[in-house]
Design a protein around this ligand. Structure first.
Ligand code: HEM
Length: 532
């Protein structure tokens, strides 16, 4: 039997068999003339009969698929993850068991707000999404290059994204920068203040995709073979180090080369200069979670590395550019709900909403329920199930049975297996149905302040300059003042510097915090708030 010639994404390479090199129609018919339509006489009308011209143009007409609703601009690279420290004590996931073992990965970096054709060095969060093709199914770690997020509850995500995308009437601006709607929304959502410190920092204008950190952001769970759970935060640490450009450079680069980041990545890998990231975990137990000053389910908060050190467990190496951008980078579908045995969710309301959103949007973007059959999304381990049919079905059940339980011995198809199957961590839950935000999510300023204080004087200047630049583009004074009233809760130096830059001489009253910053409360009070 002829061995299939597969590309990096796992798809059969397009070949015309013995006629290799001859251009064909999609049906495989060799084409004799690909330059001229079929006409009646040399100058006569084009004949409707021309199936070759019609097929060619029909296919071209259908080339575009919807761009991602966020993270539309991205760049994907193949590589592998090598485990350097097995962690069976924390997780029974197969990928974490054997030191030295390599697992293939596909990683897509992205900006969030811009459209597919937007410039690379926009001031924005960067997506950092990794698909691990493990022996027990695909695990997607769909993170960002910042450890926190703008909002605490997925319910607010459509509003956040609407506010950051071009305004519906005028269709500008393209970027997060200089946006009345964005700053209007943020200034009315104090939970976002911490994240804006990060997005106004140098982290939001990385020098290259190779010089960024990555974060899983949410608290997840690791579960070991005895069913014991630990909480975990995932980190990617670039071996290249962390580097950014300054704002003036970003503006010039975007003008001169809007493809700056993707070109840099392609060239580095083409030249054999493979970027690497260490995968780190912060692991903690229920007791730490109960005593920590903030709620571990709140994605606007991080866990300081001084309190829970990051333990390195492996390294990702990106060493292979794609064969085809569309087939791989565009069609890849990351999803937070893709986890494997030994990893589990927590009740973070942002994470829970994401678990719904990705599959839903990808079903539309990739044209139906069978996008896991596309080679870049297909697991590299055996897949057996009774899902069938639908558009583009390429992996229907074989044989008689397409349901279970069934009593067909030989032809009965796959069976469930409690020994190796995924089992959700048996977390105890309680409470009435309600739509209130937990009181433990209420401190929006303390970590923003800690971030500001942790920055060097130069970095602080960059942050203040970025707020000043952004807010100076806001047409409405009330938005600028509202934002200043939040910055006053972060740090006087920051608020005063931005106010000066904006020409505001009378600072507004500080925004009234939803609750006294928890770090200002006596430890016993803070604890009782967190526990109740
Ligand atoms: C896409 C990260 C919050 C909905 C993405 C991508 C990343 C990402 C990295 C790009 C994936 C790719 O390269 O294909 C994050 C992080 C979040 C967050 C780190 C917060 C911690 C949310 C929330 C929602 C959401 C709350 C919705 C409730 C989406 C959607 C896409 C997307 C719809 C497009 C997916 C596609 O079309 O393939 N996100 N996201 N995200 N995200 Fe998020």
């Amino acid at each position: 039997m002829k061995k299939l010639n597969l590309d990096k994404g796992g798809a059969p390479r397009q070949e015309a068999d013995a006629r290799e090199g001859t251009i064909t129609t999609a049906q495989g018919t060799p084409i004799s003339d690909d330059q001229n339509s079929l006409t009646a006489g040399p100058r006569g009308p084009v004949l409707l009969e021309d199936q070759i011209m019609r097929e060619k143009i029909f296919h071209f007409d259908h080339e575009r698929i919807p761009e991602r609703v966020v993270h539309a601009r991205g760049y994907g690279v193949h590589g592998h993850f090598e485990l350097t420290r097995a962690i069976p004590e924390f997780s029974c996931a197969d990928i974490f068991q054997r030191e030295g073992e390599k697992t293939p990965v596909f990683t897509r970096f992205s900006t969030v707000a811009g459209s597919k054709g937007s410039p690379d060095v926009a001031r924005d969060v960067r997506g950092f999404a990794v698909k691990f093709y493990t022996n027990e199914g695909n695990w997607d770690l769909v993170g960002n290059n910042m450890p926190v997020f703008f909002i605490q509850d997925a319910m607010k995500f459509p509003d956040l994204v609407h506010s950051v995308k071009p305004a519906p009437d005028r269709a500008f601006p393209q970027a997060q920068s200089a946006h009345d709607n964005f700053w209007d929304f943020i200034s009315l959502s104090p939970e976002a203040v911490h994240m804006t410190l990060w997005t106004m920092s140098d982290r939001a204008i990385p020098r290259s995709l190779r010089f960024m950190e990555g974060f899983g952001v949410h608290t997840f769970r690791l579960v070991n073979s005895e069913g014991k759970s630990h909480f975990v935060k995932f980190h990617w640490k670039p071996k290249q180090g962390l580097q950014s450009v300054v704002w003036n450079e970003a503006l010039k680069i975007n003008g001169a080369d809007p493809d700056f980041h993707r070109r840099d990545m392609w060239n580095a890998i083409d030249a054999g200069d493979y970027p690497q990231w260490d995968l780190g975990i912060q692991v903690f137990d229920d007791e730490f979670a109960d005593e920590f000053e903030f709620d571990i389910l709140d994605a606007t908060k991080l866990i300081p590395e001084e309190q829970v050190p990051v333990q390195i467990i492996g390294t990702m190496t990106l060493d292979n550019n794609v064969d085809n951008f569309f087939a791989e980078t565009e069609q890849v579908a990351f999803c937070t709900q893709n986890i494997v045995r030994g990893i589990d969710f927590t009740d973070d309301p942002l994470l829970q909403g994401r678990n719904f959103s990705y599959l839903d949007t990808q079903t539309k973007r990739l044209g139906g329920p069978n996008f896991t059959h596309i080679p870049i999304n297909a697991p590299k381990c055996p897949v057996h199930h009774f899902q069938q049919d639908g558009h583009m079905a390429m992996r229907n059940p074989k044989g008689r049975a397409n349901y279970e339980p069934n009593s067909w011995d030989e032809d009965g198809g796959p069976r469930e297996n409690p020994e190796i199957g995924f089992a959700s961590y048996s977390e105890r839950v309680q409470g009435g149905k309600q739509r209130t935000r937990s009181e433990t999510f209420a401190d929006h300023y303390s970590q923003a302040r800690q971030f500001w204080i942790s920055q060097t004087a130069t970095e602080q200047n960059h942050i203040a300059a970025a707020y000043t630049f952004e807010l100076s583009k806001c047409q409405h004074e009330r938005i600028r003042l509202r934002m200043l009233s939040h910055l006053m809760n972060v740090h006087d130096d920051l608020a005063e510097s931005v106010a000066k830059g904006l020409g505001v001489s009378d600072l507004p009253d500080a925004a009234k915090p939803a609750r006294k910053p928890i770090t200002d409360l006596p430890a016993s009070d803070a604890l009782s708030i967190l526990k109740n």
